[in-house]
Design a protein around this ligand. Structure first.
Ligand SMILES: Cc1cc2nc3c(=O)[nH]c(=O)nc-3n(C[C@H](O)[C@H](O)[C@H](O)COP(=O)(O)OP(=O)(O)OC[C@H]3O[C@@H](n4cnc5c(N)ncnc54)[C@H](O)[C@@H]3O)c2cc1C
Length: 390
């Protein structure tokens, strides 16, 4: 380890590892992770679009547990529609093996020259007036203070690093999905389809079944925090499993939160950038966040390099990161938040109506926009409030 770094990245998820790999190409970078194993436990259904992934990385066979051709969406009454993922803009395509994927991204960062530290928890920031100057770290019982010119906070949902810098990263219950997931075996899944279940089995969210191998996959759901009604997400999940996968056996349980909110009000402070879930960059409709984590990580890594080149870590320079992600996916996040706010109010009856209106069609585009345009055109009255968004 060096005494100080150009860039310290906190959190070795996809956002942090990608940011560290990008920055390390030109700068002294350190990536710290509080867990003892990068990538474990997996708090993710592991679905990712082929197109999205290949925009940032050459997909590796070892990352991919399964490749799916499309998705099925089930209404509360069991009616289903099929969505083909072959055309551009798919939301699913691969079911990843994130334990391997996340580790490989961290290895890429190390290969690019970053130092890596596991069991290293950020406990605070070193500040000078309003400028962030480094990170306080607890590593194997030792308290360290590591100076850095730029800190990239990639510490996930409800980022503490962001909070220490004065950015409100707390999520209101109505803006977070409380998720629970089993990796299960002995389940009858269509092996080339990711399945989504709408309705009050997962109030304000949805259930999912993503196949990873023959008769095994991720079965989970997310319930909006404001709709838990005194129960835990795992209680909803057990009822869901009992209904849809009664013969399934549980191999692994994971619980976690997914932001379905607007992005944090600002993602930059002098000497600091927030990326991935820490910045609330997940899609507010699906809760999916890997792709935006990669993109945000890359953009923040690029801006960190530029700041080091200029030796200017002011808000003015780091603001280029905020402008870049807003230009890329900011509008989609804003629009999808408004759609999510509308959809969480729909009753099971409304959702049945929407799915019935598309029954029998093979929809050949899986993007949220493509699907929404179809749904709106067939349900203009029910979805009048959304028409202006498309
Ligand atoms: C149940 C569930 C299912 C999901 N399914 C999907 C899906 O199918 N597809 C999809 O695209 N997205 C999905 N997501 C969202 C996706 O997992 C996240 O968007 C993605 O992991 C964000 O990456 P990240 O790097 O920002 O954060 P994370 O992957 O959360 O990584 C943050 C890292 O920071 C570390 N950390 C935290 N605090 C500290 C600290 N103080 N010091 C050091 N390290 C710290 C954590 O240990 C962690 O390793 C799902 C989320 C959940 C909860």
């Amino acid at each position: 380890m060096k005494d100080s770094y150009d860039v310290i990245v906190v959190g070795a998820g996809p956002a942090g590892s990608f940011a560290a790999a990008t920055a390390a190409a030109e700068c002294d970078a350190l990536l710290i992770e509080k867990r003892q194993e990068i990538g474990d436990p997996v708090r993710c259904a592991e679905g990712i679009s082929k197109l999205g992934l290949s925009k940032f990385l050459q997909p590796q066979t070892k990352w991919i547990a399964n490749e799916v051709a499309g998705a099925r969406i089930f209404a509360p009454d069991g009616t289903k529609i099929e969505v083909s993922g072959e055309l551009a803009g798919g939301e699913v395509g691969y079911v990843l093996e994130r334990k391997i994927f996340d580790r490989d991204l961290a290895k890429n960062a190390a290969r690019a020259g970053a130092d890596l530290l596991v069991r290293a928890r950020a406990t605070g920031l070193i500040t000078d007036h309003d400028t962030i100057k480094g990170v306080k770290v607890q590593h194997l019982g030792e308290a360290l203070e590591i100076p850095a010119s730029v800190v990239i906070a990639a510490d996930g949902v409800e980022s503490q690093v962001g909070r220490w810098a004065g950015i409100n990263t707390t999520l209101k219950p109505k803006d977070i999905e409380s998720c629970a997931q089993y990796y299960m075996t002995n389940v009858d899944l269509l092996e080339d389809s990711c399945d989504f279940y709408l309705g009050s089995e997962a109030p304000g969210g949805y259930g999912w079944a993503f196949p990873k191998e023959h008769k095994a996959g991720n079965i989970g759901l997310g319930v909006l925090g404001s709709r838990l009604d005194g129960r835990r997400s795992i209680d909803y999940l057990d009822a869901f499993v009992e209904r849809h996968f009664p013969s399934g056996q549980r191999i692994e349980l994971n619980v976690g939160g997914a932001p379905v909110s607007n992005a944090v009000s600002t993602t930059v402070k002098p000497g600091l950038m927030l990326v991935g879930d820490a910045a609330h960059h997940t899609d507010p409709i699906t809760g999916g966040g890997i792709i935006n984590a990669l993109e945000g990580g890359k953009l923040a890594g690029e801006v960190a390099k530029e700041a080091v080149r200029l030796q200017d870590f002011s808000l003015q320079v780091l603001q280029r990161y905020e402008s870049a992600w807003r230009a890329s996916f900011g509008k989609t996040l804003d629009r999808n938040y408004r759609i999510k706010e509308f959809f969480v109010k729909l009753s099971d009856e409304d959702l049945n109506k929407l799915v019935h209106s598309l029954e029998g069609l093979t929809i050949e585009e899986m993007s949220v926009s493509g699907l929404m345009r179809r749904v709106i055109s067939r349900n203009p009255r029910l979805l009048m409030g959304l028409r202006h968004l498309f």
